[in-house]
Design a protein around this ligand. Structure first.
Ligand SMILES: CC(=O)SCCNC(=O)CCNC(=O)[C@H](O)C(C)(C)COP(=O)(O)OP(=O)(O)OC[C@H]1O[C@@H](n2cnc3c(N)ncnc32)[C@H](O)[C@@H]1OP(=O)(O)O
Ligand SMILES: N[C@@H](CCO)C(=O)O
Length: 368
């Protein structure tokens, strides 16, 4: 199978209007669990220019398998002709800790042993991912973010970062995410890790170890990202005569292979564990108190038929984040709709940001 022999992907497809950079954090990075990474490298991409007032920063946090090139994976919302465009904004997106698209990951060499980490990479949490964003912001001299946005695992990071209150975040946009990972979400992730660990090559500690397992993991994950309706709309057979070789089966295999062409099982393993760790209440008085501490103007968007992060999870965020607006959208795609329904997101977010500017003007008038 080609999935077992394929080389790891090139780190980035370069985007012409953007610039890609690496931040080398010169000190050790302390993880929430008390462990340390002696070296930390963060790959990030910027688009546009920071203005003189340093108040045009749009920071996007990516989901499980994406990378720093937000104009590629969130095209329609980010890019030249879109709501978040480089002519107006200074857009930043960093590849998360543990992902191999340029940031320190299990495929890197452990400076202590001189060998690649693979399964000796320390576990990390969503809070650690947010802390890495904070370090990058400090390195870039950014003390105010106009809009912090993320969907799914990206939204989890954005929520954690906002709660940490280390940087001013004027507007926070949380899409298809939650305040803590539910038993349902953890069960999906564990099932995917079971698939990976059933592939004994995962323990070979090679860059392409666990690829058959990763293929199965993506197939399981896809069921949580999509819907019954979507499969009926796209994978239904045109004839009744078949007893095998079904389209839906080939789709699952293909989607698994497609991920294996651009991802690795070790990053996937650690990132799903980070997702499981998500709980904004950990070490704080409660989940609700943590949400109540958010100071940003917040928009929460949920997808009505999101099977993985059901809409009640976003309603909960909207209810407990002070002054938050909550909206729901319909998407045939279910959870993955957050990556695809960019026209709806553009309208919703555009209106929210305009209203937020108007509210600010009214507030200033009142003060004057
Ligand atoms: C460096 C990089 O690679 S950038 C990384 C890009 N990805 C990310 O950032 C992660 C976020 N993105 C995603 O999760 C996804 O791309 C999404 C959700 C946005 C869209 O998912 P897609 O897989 O593109 O869409 P969809 O589910 O409609 O599947 C279409 C694909 O399945 C194939 N397909 C459809 N039906 C079948 C079938 N019955 N059998 C086999 N293949 C099938 C199509 O030919 C198409 O193939 P292609 O992707 O090679 O063109
Ligand atoms: N489809 C997304 C995961 C769902 O949030 C990704 O591959 O990053």
């Amino acid at each position: 199978m080609h999935v077992l022999t394929r080389k790891l992907p090139a780190i980035f497809k370069l985007n012409l209007m953007s610039s890609t950079a690496i931040y080398h954090h010169k000190k050790s990075f302390n993880l929430e669990n008390g462990k340390q990474l002696r070296e930390l490298r963060v790959a990030y991409q910027t688009y546009g220019t920071l203005n003189a007032n340093k108040d045009n920063v749009i920071w996007a946090c990516h989901a499980l398998t994406a990378n720093a090139d937000v104009a590629d994976w969130w095209k329609g919302l980010f890019g030249d002709k879109y709501l978040f465009n480089p002519a107006e904004h200074f857009i930043i997106c960093a590849n998360v800790l543990g992902s191999h698209y340029g940031t320190t990951s299990p495929l890197d060499t452990d400076p202590v042993t001189g060998n690649p980490y693979y399964l000796s990479f320390p576990e990390f949490t969503i809070r650690d991912l947010a802390q890495v964003h904070q370090l990058l912001a400090e390195h870039l001299g950014i003390s105010k973010i106009k809009v912090l946005i993320g969907g799914s695992l990206g939204g989890q990071q954005a929520a954690e970062w906002a709660i940490s209150n280390q940087i001013e975040i004027e507007n926070l946009i949380l899409v298809a995410c939650n305040a803590y990972q539910t038993p349902w979400g953890i069960a999906f992730n564990e099932s995917q890790r079971l698939a990976i660990s059933a592939d004994r090559s995962f323990f070979s500690q090679q860059p392409d170890g666990g690829m058959k397992g990763l293929q199965a993991a993506r197939s399981i994950a896809l069921l949580s990202y999509r819907t019954y309706e979507a499969y009926n709309a796209t994978q239904v057979e045109s004839v009744n005569e078949k007893t095998g070789d079904f389209r839906a089966a080939s789709y699952q295999k293909y989607q698994g292979e497609k991920l294996c062409r651009r991802f690795n099982a070790y990053s996937y393993w650690y990132l799903t564990k980070a997702m499981d760790s998500h709980n904004v209440g950990r070490g704080r008085t409660s989940v609700i108190d943590a949400l109540k501490s958010i100071k940003s103007n917040t928009l929460v968007i949920g997808i009505e038929n999101d099977f993985l992060f059901p809409i009640n999870e976003q309603e909960f965020l909207g209810k407990h984040i002070p002054g938050a607006e909550f909206h729901s959208i319909k998407s045939a795609y279910g959870h993955d709709g957050f990556l695809i329904e960019t026209d709806i997101l553009t309208n919703m977010i555009g209106t929210f940001l305009k209203d937020s500017v108007n509210k600010k003007i009214v507030k200033l008038h009142k003060i004057a």
